[in-house]
Design a protein around this ligand. Structure first.
Ligand code: C2E
Ligand code: MG
Ligand code: MG
Length: 689
């Protein structure tokens, strides 16, 4: 090839060749095999050595690349020429300004017709970019290695599931050494129940973040988060997994969850989550045809504890109650606190109402917290209302509403007791509201009245007194017994006014009887007045009695007061003083419905009492029931031994009378003697005797 050739065709071809050669992304040069003088160079080649395409011509290889490089390369050139084979090598060729540059050199022999080399062609590629990229990869791998060692997070590489590399934190997390882990299949570190999930992620080769669990060598299950990436490392496609221990995070999440769903004070379920779980259990019960029981529990006396002792003490009582509730129930039962002193329980796995009663009795016996408030010994007890699924409601709120209604009735029945819901109670719940308004009206409109039931001496049959029993002549509903309205009056404090009315009415009646000479020829003829707990617990109750007596111009000796055991026990601290004050006024005190309050007689011996009225429940079971016989007999004999007068209520038959009289019972009250009568009728009855 002769660049000076001036034949037109050739010159066009040469121009094309030059254009092509100059724009090729490679440097090209041709050296004479013998002289090693440059026969041709494209622009890139010439410029790489600081020359032009013209000035480079004729210069030798050594002139162009310098003696040092030339000496280095000479063996390759010799090899090309002698062996007539192409040779390739890479070398560093910094740019003029010192910027690093790498080139890839191909030496290709050009053979003449005789097969002898005439020239060697040099073809050079700039491979700097490639080299830099490689270096970057190497550096990043080095960095990754460093990172793997330094990070606190576990990192594991695997290929097709087999561990290829793992860092110390990862080894520590699962308790295996590096050597033990390498080569092992990653699934062998996964918790058995999670293997399926992890396998699926591996199969899909997805890059993602998910939660799973690994097994520590010691068998501990460790919840972890995996962040999975596919990476190239040393030319291999690997899966990298970052393993994060999430035990702390789960624990704090659980704490937050717990706070959101539970009552902070007692740790019981709060209303919202109780309702949620209740809904689930009701669905399950519906599917399986099971029975559930919802207990609505309100604490008796709690408000007094809270008001007089403060919230700290109140909280203490609530915590104690909650612990005892939980302790008495099964793990499968739901326990919640709806706020204040309201607790709710959902009993599951029940066969019958009998199962519920067993639980109720257990709760009543364990949930009784004695407290001292205002210097009084009080006991905080539960009043429990029960609604049964599905009989009393199929919806959660309906059950709760019904259990709540039943709870109010339990409270009215004297507290520390339970009450199953009955449909009549639902009507009553609404009726209560009406009743409350009507009660207040009834008082101002004089609709109340006292009936009198005679009490007689066992030995002489002489009239000893009468019990005043409250009646309400309701304008629409007619004559109402106390059982149908007293509990509403008690709930709304109306009982204080009503109780005072009864006391005054009894005092006035007692005076009238004396003025009319009705009492002559009879015993003491005291009128026994029933007290509500609300009256007796009120401070200065004895003063009220004194005032009423004074205002009615009556004497204390004409009246007797009936209290229940519970009223005395709940106020055991103050009761002696109040009782002493009442007796100082001349009144006698009797314990009504004795035998129902679970109090031992010994409890009452320290109190200044006059009389014991045996509950009509015992009397009604006489004479046939042997158990009732034993209890009643024991009560009568002990009471007589303690110097108390014993009255039997609800005596209906002569057989009952005889049995009781035989044991030492001194007074009788009941149908056998006379039913409760309006005042005028009673007075006529007395006169007729
Ligand atoms: P209690 O004090 O035990 O009164 C006795 C109850 O038994 C009365 O019912 C009376 O009528 C009934 N009774 C008496 N003998 C017989 C009998 O032989 N057979 C039957 N079946 N019943 C008999 P009552 O009048 O309905 O009073 C119920 C309860 O209401 C009383 O029980 C008492 O705890 C309360 N109560 C009545 N009046 C008042 C009152 O003025 N104030 C307060 N706080 N409570 C009252
Ligand atoms: Mg009574
Ligand atoms: Mg009674």
């Amino acid at each position: 090839m002769n660049p000076a050739d001036d034949a037109p065709a050739r010159s066009v071809e040469a121009a094309r060749f030059k254009l092509l050669a100059d724009y090729l992304p490679a440097w090209i040069a041709l050296y004479d095999a013998k002289t090693q003088a440059c026969l041709f160079a494209n622009r890139g080649y010439a410029e790489a050595f600081g020359l032009t395409e013209q000035s480079i011509l004729g210069k030798t290889f050594a002139d162009i690349i310098g003696p040092e490089a030339s000496a280095l390369i000479q063996p390759a050139v010799d090899k090309v020429l002698s062996e007539r084979v192409p040779v390739s090598y890479e070398r560093e060729l910094p740019e003029a300004d010192g910027t690093p540059r790498w080139i890839e050199v191909h030496l290709i022999p050009q053979l003449g017709d005789d097969g002898e080399p005439v020239a060697s062609c040099v073809l050079i590629n700039d491979i700097t970019k490639h080299r830099l990229a490689e270096r970057a990869v190497r550096e990043s791998e080095a960095r990754l290695d460093k990172f793997m060692q330094a990070t606190v997070e576990g990192i594991l590489f695997h290929k097709d599931g087999y561990t290829t590399d793992v860092n110390p934190p990862c080894c520590e997390l699962v308790g295996y050494s590096f050597e033990e882990m390498i080569g092992r299949h990653v699934l062998s570190f996964i918790a058995p129940d999670e293997v399926g999930k992890v396998k699926e992620v591996m199969r899909l080769g997805r890059e993602l973040r998910y939660e799973t669990a690994v097994m520590h060598k010691d068998g501990t299950r460790i919840p972890v988060e995996f962040i999975v990436r596919t990476m190239e490392r040393d030319g291999e496609k690997l899966r990298m997994t970052i393993v994060r221990d999430i035990r702390d995070r789960l624990a704090s999440e659980a704490r937050i969850q717990h706070l959101a769903h539970h009552d902070a004070l007692t740790g019981l379920l709060n209303r919202a989550s109780f309702m949620d779980r209740m809904a689930l259990l009701m669905k399950r019960a519906e599917r399986r045809g099971e029975m559930l029981a919802l207990l609505f529990i309100d604490l008796d006396n709690f408000k007094r504890v809270n008001d007089s002792l403060g919230h700290l003490e109140g909280d203490q009582v609530l915590t104690t109650v909650s612990e005892r509730l939980v302790g008495a129930l099964r793990g499968s039962d739901l326990v919640g606190r709806f706020g204040g002193d309201e607790f709710v329980v959902l009993l599951t796995d029940l066969e019958s109402r009998a199962d519920v009663i067993v639980v109720l009795e257990a709760l009543l016996s364990v949930v009784e917290v004695p407290v001292k408030a205002d210097g009084r010994a009080l006991s905080v007890t539960p009043s429990i209302g029960v609604a049964v699924y599905p009989d009393d409601g199929r919806q959660a709120d309906e059950l709760i509403q019904h259990a709540d209604t039943a709870m109010y009735r339990a409270k009215a029945r004297g507290r520390a007791t339970y009450q199953f819901f009955e449909p009549s109670l639902a009507e009553t719940a609404y009726a209560d509201l009406v009743l409350e308004a009507e009660l207040a009206q009834g008082l101002t409109r004089n609709e109340f009245e006292l009936f009198f039931q005679p009490q007689v001496e066992a030995t002489t049959g002489q009239l000893s007194g009468a019990e005043a029993l409250l009646r309400w002549r309701h304008p629409q509903r007619g004559l109402l017994s106390p059982d149908s309205f007293i509990f509403v009056a008690e709930r709304h404090r109306l009982m204080l006014a009503l109780g005072e009315w009864v006391l005054r009415e009894a005092a006035l009646t007692a005076r009238r009887w004396r003025e009319q000479g009705l009492t002559q020829g009879h015993g003491p003829m005291r009128i026994a007045v029933n007290l509500s707990r609300m009256q007796f617990h009120l401070d200065g109750f004895a003063d009220t009695v004194k005032r009423v007596l004074d205002e009615s111009h009556a004497k204390g000796q004409w009246l007797e007061l009936e209290l229940t055991e519970r009223m005395l026990i709940d106020d055991i601290e103050h009761a002696p003083t109040t009782l002493a004050q009442l007796r100082a006024l001349g009144l006698t005190v009797s314990v009504d419905d004795f035998g129902t309050g679970y109090t031992s007689l010994a409890h009452l011996t320290e109190l200044p009492l006059d009389k014991l009225k045996i509950d009509q429940g015992f009397v009604a079971r006489l004479p046939d029931d042997v158990g009732a016989q034993a209890i009643t007999r024991a009560i009568v004999q002990m009471a007589v031994g303690l110097g108390l007068t014993v009255t039997a209520e609800g005596v209906r038959t002569a057989a009952q009378w005889q049995l009781l009289a035989g044991w030492g019972c001194q007074q009788f009250q009941g149908e056998l003697v006379g039913s409760p009568m309006p005042a005028a009728e009673f007075e006529a009855w007395v006169r007729a005797r």
